[in-house]
Write a new protein. Structure first.
Length: 146
């Protein structure tokens, strides 16, 4: 039976799916094609527009949905600050939260580095953000169901 909490979890998962899927799609499909088919002078504006659009999605939709639904789910599960040090669910959730914070810092740093023309640093931050995002998914699947 679907409940209110099923809807909250659905929003949390779909939002994460769009974020991680977006990163994977851009990295594995869009960038290689853009590099192969677009002239160098056309790549910058196209990829900058794509990055800005993904950044707007991140700030306007992803972060509010993830933080809001995540807080609701934690509250529903009875999570407290002190329970984040408990073995099992608490520690796994704590690791997921730390990874999420680091990924958001890396993603924000990527946007800054791109805006200041630090391409190599931006690429490193994008890779770190993607790897961190995948680690968050692994941690989410490892959360005990109890």
């Amino acid at each position: 039976m679907l409940s209110w909490w099923s809807l909250v979890r659905f929003v949390h998962v779909v939002s994460a799916m769009l974020w991680v899927g977006g990163q994977l799609s851009i990295s594995l499909m869009v960038l290689p094609v853009a590099r192969r088919l677009l002239r160098v002078e056309d790549r910058g504006p196209v990829l900058s527009a794509l990055g800005r659009r993904f950044g707007i999605f991140t700030v306007a939709a992803f972060l509010p949905l993830q933080v809001g639904s995540g807080l609701l789910l934690a509250w529903h599960k009875g999570v407290t600050f002190s329970s984040l040090s408990d073995p099992g669910y608490g520690r796994t959730l704590a690791a997921k939260l730390v990874a999420f914070a680091l990924v958001m810092v890396a993603a924000g740093g990527h946007g800054w580095a791109m805006g200041t023309k630090r391409q190599a640093f931006a690429r490193s931050l994008a890779i770190a953000s993607l790897i961190g995002s995948l680690a968050i998914v692994v941690l989410a699947t490892a959360l005990p169901q109890t």
